[in-house]
Design a binder for this molecule. Sequence first.
Ligand SMILES: Nc1nc2c(ncn2[C@@H]2O[C@H](COP(=O)(O)OP(=O)(O)OP(=O)(O)O)[C@@H](O)[C@H]2O)c(=O)[nH]1
Length: 382
Amino acid sequence: MALSINSNIKRKLGWMVATTFGGLLLLLIFFHHTFSDNLHREKRHQSKSLATASIGVINSFYSQFLAGALTEVDAKHLAQTALAQATYDQCGYFWIHDLQGNLVMHPMAPEHAGQPIEQWLNKEGVTLFKRFDDTAQQGGGWVEYQWPKPGEITKSPKLSYVALFEPWQWVVGTGIYLEDSHKEIERSFIRSLEVLAIVFGSIVIVSWILARRFTLQLEELAIRDPLTTLYTRRYLNETQDLFVRHDIRDKASHLYVIFLDIDYFKNINDRYGHLTGDAILSNIGHWIRQQTRADDLCVRYGGEEFLVMTLATSHADIINLTERIRHPTYSNTHPVLPKVTLSAGVAMRQPEEDFHSVLSRADQLLYKAKRQGRNCVVMDSI
Ligand SMILES: Nc1nc2c(ncn2[C@@H]2O[C@H](COP(=O)(O)OP(=O)(O)OP(=O)(O)O)[C@@H](O)[C@H]2O)c(=O)[nH]1
């Protein structure tokens, strides 16, 4: 019974934990998707803003040229220098080429500045720059392609925004390496997973501790009689086989079943009331526990019936024990409680005898004690 309560609760708790974890994981995946979409959008927006800002920078030098503060050559030179030095994030940079197919400025290939793009790039690269031109001429936009990161040879996926600076026919571009943003997303996902694992782990530990306490209390309730604090009949059913096995193994001792019943308890209840009857039962329960050893099994078998299972080496020990139990001295500590007497039947387990047979013999001996006038012990003759 106690075991089944425990495993039932554990199974339910296991399901609850698995469901909560699954739910949280789904939630995390959902937020991860939303987050990665948002980050991707933000990065696209960022490259557009940066490209637009770079056009603003070029325009400011162009304005100075128009105002006569700078020559056109100086204005272009200063604009290129400003953008060449403008880097952001880990790998972010700007480049400029013109619609005539010349590279104007590229911080990763400064030696090619002023040269036709086809001298610098292969056919595939030249075609890409043609796509930049087309997009820029259509009012600006994003282009997705493969390009090596600064300092690397292998190409990585990149998304750039390109815009046109009409007066000088310059196409300005800047972009993000998609891998970097994926890595950022991955990092944030792993961080969230770590937080989830810590939070979830703490929840599991706390719930486990609480459930354990709860199941222990339930187990205690299932096996202990609340009035007398003795074990219940259910617990007796669960443990009787252990005692029998012990009896079989241990040749030096024998298993005894002592059945006890309060005499004329109905009269006590009728005369003093049920509350007094309860107090007597409770005190007899404590008394029985005081008189027995820790490894004896003391059970409240029924209303005013008690059972003690014990392993002993001699009949004399058992008679002494039963007599001690039968004379409760609790009324010294509770002088208001009326004195009661008990009758007892004691049976010793015979070789090959099963527990129910010993129990029923002890029961019969108890009734014999009752018939003999009560307030006595009857033991089977061995
Ligand atoms: N106060 C109280 N009384 C109980 C409890 N359980 C059983 N009883 C009472 O115990 C009494 C048992 O009565 P009987 O079976 O006639 O036995 P008895 O009066 O002790 O007579 P004998 O056993 O023949 O000596 C009944 O009145 C039950 O109501 C309990 O938990 N509390």
